[in-house]
Ligand binder design. Structure first.
Ligand SMILES: Cc1ncc(COP(=O)(O)O)c(C=O)c1O
Ligand SMILES: N[C@@H](CCCC[NH3+])C(=O)O
Length: 452
């Protein structure tokens, strides 16, 4: 955890270290940095920067590893991709083609997932504040399940389902009060977090769910946080779920499904990537003998390493009084928000082979936005970068473009999909005029000066 989120201590991996850990990336003398089989300079030449790049082959490879890990453990687990991590229709279509369903947290995500061809009966609706309209939308389309996060929400859902003549298949998302050992802003399974139903109220609430009109009490869901590196928190949470399933069944109620959540971490810096095989083992050990259907809802593990953000050095600014220089990029916190939000560490690699072997120096890497927090790395050891040099920010396929904004009137960056040796633009760079196309000027401001 300290590695992923701290910007200061420890030695940075070198360019060679970063490349060695990422099979989809390679450095070539003439072509420079190549992702899958596409030289990234070709994309930057054609589209400029900042530009997001997703790798289709990488996505497929990762999905298959996860799926195989579950099968090899003797488990039949439905994989629902957490759409919040990357909601691009092309990404969803690729994962769907491999067999993925979806986990969504808003009506918008539900509609995106369906637009990408994922049927509603393979979509689970999670989230702490679903509106009545969102519930109705989900029920109308025949959602596979709604994960309910509170007693209050359960009552609202019952009323919504009765009103539209539907039965809502429900899992109660419990809060197991387990520390996932991750950053405070992305932990979700502690009793004080807003997520889930307090563990000690879950059995009674399940009984209530089973008695309510319009509700089919189908199971239990748990999700304890994101970027989880160790299996122990998973095992602790699953052990609590198993205990709960037994207690519910002892009341004569049925539990058909357990949603085991997402959260598996990746290696941004020095961390060991969460192993799907270890997760499968934890699920089998703790939950495998309960005879329920099993599901997982990973986001980051599938999409994170499948994405990059290309950027160009606008200028080098000399540091104050011998302090490290600032490398100012054309990408900013409005594009990639993770470093400013969580002090997240993302690898940075020059696109040119020659730049990649320049002598290393200590720098601060920043964006041009008017916030001191618009910083991609403090005291980073990087090959010396000149004005105009291009870099790739690594592992930005999850919680990257989806968290972009247009702060400082910066247009949303273009996006490209690489698939082996082929690449396609999958989102055009936003036209700057569209930033104000929804602004409405009150008529009083359009009258000529002095006219009343
Ligand atoms: C309910 C739920 N499911 C799945 C996820 C996906 O998490 P991750 O991207 O860490 O796998 C999240 C995000 O933390 C979540 O809140
Ligand atoms: N946005 C977070 C992850 C949040 C997970 C959603 N509950 C990140 O970038 O690490």
């Amino acid at each position: 955890m300290a590695d992923t989120f701290s910007t200061h201590p420890g030695q940075d991996p070198t360019v060679q270290d970063l490349l060695a850990a990422r099979p989809a990336l390679s450095m070539h003398a003439i072509d420079g940095l190549v992702f899958e089989d596409v030289p990234l300079n070709a994309i930057a030449d054609a589209l400029g920067t900042p530009t997001w790049v997703m790798g289709a082959r990488t996505l497929r490879t990762r999905y298959h590893r996860l799926d195989r890990a579950m099968r090899d453990a003797g488990l039949d687990v439905d994989i629902h991709f957490a759409v919040k991590a990357n909601d691009h229709l092309a990404v969803l279509k690729i994962l769907r083609a491999q067999g993925a369903g979806a986990d969504v947290v808003s009506g918008g995500e539900l509609r995106r997932a369906m637009a990408a061809g994922i049927p509603a009966n393979e979509i689970v609706f999670s989230g702490v504040g679903k509106t009545r309209a969102e519930m109705e939308l989900a029920l109308h389309h025949g959602i596979a399940r709604i994960n309910v996060e509170s007693a209050e929400e359960l009552e609202l859902l019952s009323a919504a389902a009765v009103a539209c003549g539907r039965t809502a298949p429900v899992a109660l998302r419990i809060n197991p009060d387990v520390d996932a050992g991750t950053h405070a802003k992305i932990t979700t399974g502690l009793a004080g977090n807003k997520f889930g139903i307090p563990y000690d109220r879950a059995v009674d609430l399940y009984a209530r769910a089973a008695s309510l009109p319009g509700i089919h009490a189908a199971g239990i869901a748990v999700h304890i946080g994101s970027q989880i590196e160790r299996m122990q928190p998973y095992r602790a949470a699953y052990a609590r779920v198993a205990e709960l399933v037994r207690a519910i069944r002892a009341r004569g109620l049925g539990v058909e499904v357990i949603d085991c959540g997402g959260g598996l971490g990746i290696s941004y810096r020095h961390e060991t990537e969460g192993a799907p095989e270890a997760l499968a083992h934890a699920i089998r050990t703790e939950l495998g003998d309960l005879g329920t259907r099993l599901e997982i809802e990973p986001g980051r593990w599938l999409a994170g390493p499948a994405g990059l953000l290309l950027s160009t050095v606008v200028l080098r600014k000399r540091g104050y009084d011998g302090m490290p220089p600032f490398i100012v990029l054309d990408a900013a916190m409005n594009d990639l928000a993770r470093p400013s939000l969580y002090d997240a560490w993302h690898g940075i690699i020059p696109l040119s082979a020659r730049d990649a072997v320049a002598p290393a120096e200590q720098v601060h890497v920043v964006g041009p936005v008017c916030e001191s927090g618009d910083t991609f790395g403090h005291d980073r050891t990087l090959p010396r970068l000149h004005d105009g040099a291009r870099v790739a920010l690594l592992d930005t396929g999850a919680y990257g473009m989806v968290m972009s904004s247009t702060y400082n009137a910066r247009a949303m960056a273009a996006q490209v999909l690489v698939d082996g040796a082929r690449w396609d633009v999958i989102r055009a760079r936003q036209k700057i005029e569209t930033l104000w196309e929804c602004d409405i000027i009150p008529e009083t401001l359009t009258r000529p000066a002095g006219a009343e």
